[in-house]
Design a protein around this ligand. Structure first.
Ligand SMILES: [Zn+2]
Length: 272
């Protein structure tokens, strides 16, 4: 065998190896999507995520499959002494998958891991999802890194899951950032399906964002948390929390944004 033949054999061998791995991964994913939720996982979700019970049956099968896939593919890492429990993994996975259960192609394409702190944490990240302590120190409850992990304070993530009608949900908020950031820009415009008009989305969201900024300035209460007025990316993340937790109020107050979101997510929580 000459050098060219050896090189060709190496290339063909490598291509076969990667093709086989890709096929195995696809098969594994397809099997996970068809597998019913583990009964222990279902018990955790029933106890900790009341929103799950409201999800209509026609979406449940896909949601359960996505939770299986998330638990299989996404790594969980504890920080500051936090030992990642089964409860924590399932509570994060189930809420994240609520965001993607309505569209068959949707996933968190750049996400590899979730980092969990026991409670609010100090961070060097510039993007700030948290609050200012009484001593003036900013502490984070969550972060979403572009092409990187989602970072969460477990106590806030668990509380957000348990109270599903206050319009605040840390996990939905941070994973909404992941969907937005998957385009490579955190600007409040996620990757839309082919049948949704990006210009229409942009106009509706810009008008609503401007309206929220004016309302926050004048002190007029709105369905959206005032934090949404801090940047277009935050407006999208806050609108996602509101969409799931106050759908009927949002539909009444911001019907156009609500309509764009039902199209984007592929379901209508106001009907649940
Ligand atoms: Zn945020």
């Amino acid at each position: 065998m000459n050098g060219a033949t050896v090189l060709l054999l190496i290339i063909v061998g490598a291509a076969l190896f990667y093709a086989t791995r890709l096929m195995q991964r696809r098969r594994r994913r397809a099997a996970l999507m068809q597998t019913p939720l583990d009964e222990r996982h279902r018990a955790i979700i029933t106890r900790r995520i009341p929103l799950y019970q409201k999800v209509p049956l026609y979406l449940r099968g896909r949601l359960d499959g996505l939770i299986n896939r998330f638990l299989d593919e996404i790594q969980f890492v504890g920080r500051d002494g936090f030992e990642v429990s089964e409860d924590a993994r399932v509570v994060i996975a189930a809420q994240a998958c609520l965001l993607i259960m309505g569209q068959s192609h949707r996933w968190f394409p750049t996400l590899k891991s979730v980092i969990l702190y026991p409670a609010a944490f100090k961070s060097k990240a510039k993007k700030f999802d948290g609050y200012i302590q009484h001593d003036g120190t900013p502490v984070h409850t969550g972060e979403s890194w572009m092409r990187g992990p989602v970072v969460l304070a477990w106590d806030h993530a668990a509380f957000g899951a348990l109270v599903d009608d206050d319009g605040r949900n840390l996990v939905l908020h941070e994973f909404a950032h992941q969907l937005d950031e998957a385009t490579g820009v955190a600007d409040g415009a996620p990757l839309l399906g082919e049948d949704q008009n990006a210009a229409g989305w942009g106009r509706v969201f810009q008008e609503s964002y401007d309206r929220l900024r004016r309302d926050v300035e004048t002190g007029r209460p709105t369905v959206f948390d005032a934090y949404g007025a801090s940047a277009p990316a935050e407006f999208f993340a806050v609108a996602v929390e509101t969409f799931f937790e106050k759908p009927r109020d949002m539909h009444a107050e911001e019907p156009q944004v609500y309509k764009e979101m039902t199209h984007y997510f592929g379901f209508d929580p106001a009907k649940w």
